[in-house]
Structures are given as C-alpha cells and as structure tokens.
Design a protein around this ligand. Sequence first.
Ligand SMILES: C[S@@+](CC[C@H](N)C(=O)[O-])C[C@H]1O[C@@H](n2cnc3c(N)ncnc32)[C@H](O)[C@@H]1O
Ligand code: SF4
Length: 338
Amino acid sequence: MKAYYCKHLYNEMNFDINNIYICCGSSLGPSHEVYNPEKWKSYDDFVKDLLKWRQNISKQAYSGNIPEQCENCIELKKIDISLKDYLKGKFFNKYPIRHIIIKPFRQCEMACIYCLERRITHGKTTLEVSKSDYYEFLPIFKKMIENKIIATEDVEICFQGGSISVWDEFEEVLDLAYKYGVKNFEYLTNAYSFLPKIAEAAKDTNSRIVVSLDCGCRETYKKIKLTDKFDDVVNNIVEYANSNIEVLLKYIVVKDVNDNVEELQKFCDTVSEIRKRHTKGKRDIAMMIDIDYRDILKPDYVMPEEHRELLRYISEWGKENNVSVGMQEHVRKMIDEK
Ligand SMILES: C[S@@+](CC[C@H](N)C(=O)[O-])C[C@H]1O[C@@H](n2cnc3c(N)ncnc32)[C@H](O)[C@@H]1O
Ligand code: SF4
C-alpha cells in the first residue's frame, strides 16, 4: 500500500520570530504560536502544548490527512509501505525531534543590501549583544530537553537569524545542546566576529559555518554589506576552518553589483587563499552560488544569460580546482533552460 511520508513532518521544529513551524524545509508546514505569558501559566505548559500539537498533526498525517500547508509541497512523497508496518506504525512513534532551526531573533551588525530580514529590522544594525525583540528561547529549549522531546542521537541544530554573535542567549543555548549530546551543528553567520564557543563545541562534533561572502575584495564587500569588514571576516573564516569546522562560502549574485566574471573570479581567488591558510585539520571548504531572492522569487523571473554564464563559470572553476560548488536545485536547473 502507499502512505504519505515527509521527513520534515515527523522530526523537526523551526523556531521563527512570530511562529513555530513543524518543518525545517522550504514549505514550513503548519505553525504554532510562540510563547505568550498571558496564555500559558508556565513554559512547561507551553512545551507540553507544543508536543500535543505536533503529535496531533503527525497522527493525522499518518492516517492520510495531510495538513493543507503541506499539500503542494515538493517534499511530500507517497511511499510503499506494507500494511503490517503501517499498522505497527512505522512513523508512529513519539516523534522525537532530530532537526531544529533556531532563529527567534533578527538583530544583526550588518545591513546587507539584499537581506530579506532588513524588512523586519528596518535596516537597523547593532553591535551590542542584546535580547531578542520577540521571545525568550532558552527556557523553551530547557523544557524541551527536560520533557525529552528531542532525540538523543542524530540530532542537528541549525542557528540562523539575525546574527548569533549579538543574540544574548546564543552561548547558553549552544552549551545546553552540547551537554545534551547533540553532535551536529550548523551556523549561518556573517563571521563579523569569531566566536570561541563555536570552536570549542567543534572539537568533538560535526560543525559547519555557512557564510555569505558574496565577493573577493573590500570595495565590493562594502557595497553589499555596508560594512568595511572584508579582511576581518576572511581572517575569522580562516580561524573557524582551522578549528575543525567545515566552511561553506556563499556567493549571492546581486544584480549590477557582483554579477560579472571579474567579481566572481575575485571571490574564487579568496576561496583559494582561505584554503591555503587552512593548515589545521581536514574539514572541507566548499562554495555555493545562489541568486538574489529579490529577483528569483519574482513570478515572471527569467535568468539572464550573463547569470547562467556565472553559474557555468564557477562550476568549471570548482572542477578545475577540486572545490565542491553547491547550488539550489531550481537554480541548477536554470543553467541550461532557454
Ligand atoms: C538572513 S541570513 C542570517 C544569518 C547570518 N546573518 C548570515 O548572514 O548568514 C541567512 C541566509 O540568508 C541568505 N539571504 C538573505 N537574503 C537573501 C537574498 N535576498 N537572496 C539570497 N540569499 C539571501 C544569506 O545569504 C544567509 O546565508
Ligand atoms: S549579515 Fe545576515 S542577517 Fe545580517 S544583514 Fe546580512 S544577511 Fe541579513
């Protein structure tokens, strides 16, 4: 028999600023409201409610009632399952969470011109470590651990944002996760600062930073990030790479700013320089190219030939220099589309 399955629906939790989503994939899925002290007597009540909400959705989905937010999602699959397994409840467990995205804050030191979060922060920047403008995450996380709704193995935690380096709860949340035994961490960071806590946790975990560098020189960096920090950021990336941390360097193609081969080549040269300075450990340094969402998300978007050329150029460069080059699947498909 066939049953619906989506890896995101059963084992994830995504803490955003105004909602908590059941999914860490692209569709987000159904959402739960964030903690509100007027509604819940305690964090314990809140986390129990979160758990009940998840279990209800998973049970419903298991018996074929897919949440409407998931109906058209490309991740949703029908898989073959025997009646015996179905009745035994192959997915019908306590739904321990294995993947958590944490982004209940948006403050940041930078104001990248493409950043979609700037709509939320109104382009305001801060160098001060401060509380989230939305809700406290740490007490929720503590209760999730106490109530054992996070798995004990194969768990991945991904910090997004805003910028973790100016979020006051970051270190304690990371500490707690590390002590609980989480072995896989991903940090989306601007690398404005080097955070020793990340390096400490990386000694015996799989840790990865994802940094949008987007260029290979100070001038272009200033144009995109509105901050004169190119050299510091490159040094911080090298320090992370030398601390047993995998590095993914992103190049977001921004129209009329870095969308030419000369700029892309400077980025490639910077990646080469970082690789040369990566002298300790064997963690990978990889690249990824993406197109500014402000363009690609337009319904009538057609990729210009010059941008296709950039995708081909970086792919070739990666092959020649033995550096892996990632792209989102829908971007890759556009390379050869006419
Ligand atoms: C919003 S940032 C937050 C984490 C961190 N401050 C950083 O810069 O990586 C998360 C990711 O979203 C990406 N992003 C933001 N706006 C984008 C856009 N317009 N197009 C493509 N990627 C974008 C950034 O490149 C970054 O990798
Ligand atoms: S560093 Fe990240 S969160 Fe900050 S403005 Fe840039 S993309 Fe946005």
